[in-house]
Design a protein around this ligand. Structure first.
Ligand SMILES: NC(=O)c1ccc[n+]([C@@H]2O[C@H](COP(=O)([O-])OP(=O)(O)OC[C@H]3O[C@@H](n4cnc5c(N)ncnc54)[C@H](OP(=O)(O)O)[C@@H]3O)[C@@H](O)[C@H]2O)c1
Length: 292
C-alpha cells in the first residue's frame, strides 16, 4: 500500500482499547501501522497490517518491522492470574519489546504506564509498571513514557463497568468515593501519542496522561449518570477487598481498588503545554460516547 506519509509505526496490544483507537487515528493521518496481535485476535482489526506474536520474542518479527520509526507498546494487564502475572506480561514482554526494537533498528519506544507509579510504589501492578519503565529508560532507546489516569471513550473498561451496574440498577461505589481521578479522552491520547512519535520535545520524558478535570469518583458517577436516577450505594471497603480476594469475577479487582483509593492525580498543565491540544472534558466524552 502506498502512503503519502512515509512514517510507519508498530503497535502492540492493537486489539486493546488504546491500541485500536490510536491505530485508527494514525491510519487517518496516513501513517502506516503494523498491528501486533496474539494468534486468533487479528480479525477485529480493520486498519493497517497485522502481524501475529505471542510475546514479541519471535525472530520473524524483525523483518516485518523494518523501517518503523516508533514502537508503540500498549500490551499490559491490570489483573493477575496464575498463568498471566504482572512480571510475565508487564515486565517480561516489555523486555522483549526493547530487544525487538534494537533488532529491527527502531529508535523510539512509546509506553503507557500508570498515573501514580513511582519509585516508592508498594503494590504489584505499579511495581511491574515501574520496572517496565526502568527497562525502557535504561534501554538506550529514545522513549516517551505516559503515566495515564483513566482513559475514556467508547467502550473503555471503566464506563463499561459503570454501564453494567447501571443496567443492573445500582451503582456500587467502593468506600467513600471521595478519592479522585483525572479521566482523559482516548481521542486526545491518540493525538498526544501521534505527536510523540516524531516531536523531539517528547524525547526521553515521563509525562502524566491526565485530562483537564480532577474529579472525585462520586462526582464522576453522577456525571456518568447524566441525570438518571439510578441509586448509588457505597460498599464498605473491607467488603470490596474481600470480594476482590475471593471472587475473580468481581467488578473491582484488588488493583482496581488500589488505583481508585490511591487518589492519583497528575499534571495536566504540563501535558497541555507540551501538546498544545484543547482537551475534551469528561462530560463532553460521556455525552458523545454512546452510553445511553
Ligand atoms: N485504559 C486505561 O485507562 C489505562 C490507564 C493506565 C494505563 N493503561 C495502560 O495502557 C495500555 C493499554 O491499555 P488498554 O486500556 O488498551 O488495555 P486493554 O484494552 O486491556 O488491552 C491490553 C492489550 O494487551 C494485550 N495483552 C494482555 N496480556 C497479554 C499477553 N499475556 N500477551 C500478549 N498480549 C497481551 C491484550 O491482547 P489481546 O487483545 O490479545 O487480549 C490487549 O490487546 C496497558 O499497558 C495499560 O496498562 C491503560
Amino acid at each position: 500500500m502506498e502512503h503519502k506519509n512515509s512514517l510507519k509505526v508498530a503497535i502492540t496490544g492493537t486489539n486493546g482499547f488504546v491500541g485500536k483507537n490510536v491505530g485508527k487515528v494514525l491510519v487517518k493521518k496516513e501513517i502506516s501501522v503494523v498491528g501486533i496481535v496474539r494468534k486468533g485476535k487479528g480479525s477485529s482489526i480493520n486498519f493497517g497490517d497485522v502481524v501475529i506474536s505471542e510475546d514479541l520474542s519471535e525472530n520473524y518479527l524483525t523483518s516485518k518491522l523494518h523501517g518503523c520509526t516508533a514502537f508503540l507498546h500498549f500490551i499490559g494487564r491490570g489483573k493477575q492470574t496464575v498463568d498471566s502475572d504482572y512480571q510475565k506480561v508487564n515486565v517480561g514482554i516489555t523486555k522483549n519489546a526493547i530487544k525487538l526494537c534494537k533488532k529491527a533498528k527502531i529508535k523510539k519506544i512509546i509506553y503507557i504506564s500508570g498515573l501514580g507509579v513511582s519509585e516508592d510504589t508498594t503494590f504489584g501492578y505499579f511495581i511491574s509498571k515501574f520496572q517496565a519503565e526502568q527497562e525502557i529508560i535504561n534501554s538506550g532507546l529514545d522513549y516517551t513514557i505516559f503515566r495515564a489516569s483513566y482513559i475514556i471513550g467508547k467502550d473503555d473498561s471503566l464506563s463499561n463497568l459503570l454501564f453494567k451496574q447501571m443496567k443492573k440498577g445500582t451503582m456500587m461505589v467502593p468506600g467513600s468515593g471521595r478519592y479522585r481521578l483525572q479521566p482523559i479522552f482516548v481521542g486526545d491520547v491518540a493525538e498526544v501519542v501521534s505527536q510523540s512519535i516524531t516531536q523531539k520535545k517528547f524525547s526521553n520524558k515521563i509525562i502524566d496522561l491526565v485530562g483537564p478535570t480532577m474529579i472525585t469518583f462520586n462526582d464522576y458517577i453522577r456525571d456518568f449518570l447524566q441525570g438518571r436516577k439510578t441509586p448509588i450505594k457505597n460498599i464498605n471497603l473491607e467488603d470490596a477487598y474481600r470480594a476482590a480476594l475471593n471472587n475473580p469475577k468481581t467488578d473491582f479487582g484488588i488493583d482496581d481498588l488500589n488505583i481508585l483509593v490511591g487518589d492519583y492525580v497528575g499534571n495536566h498543565k504540563k501535558l497541555k503545554s507540551i501538546s498544545g491540544i484543547e482537551f475534551k472534558t469528561h462530560k463532553a466524552v460521556l455525552k458523545t460516547s454512546g452510553f445511553s
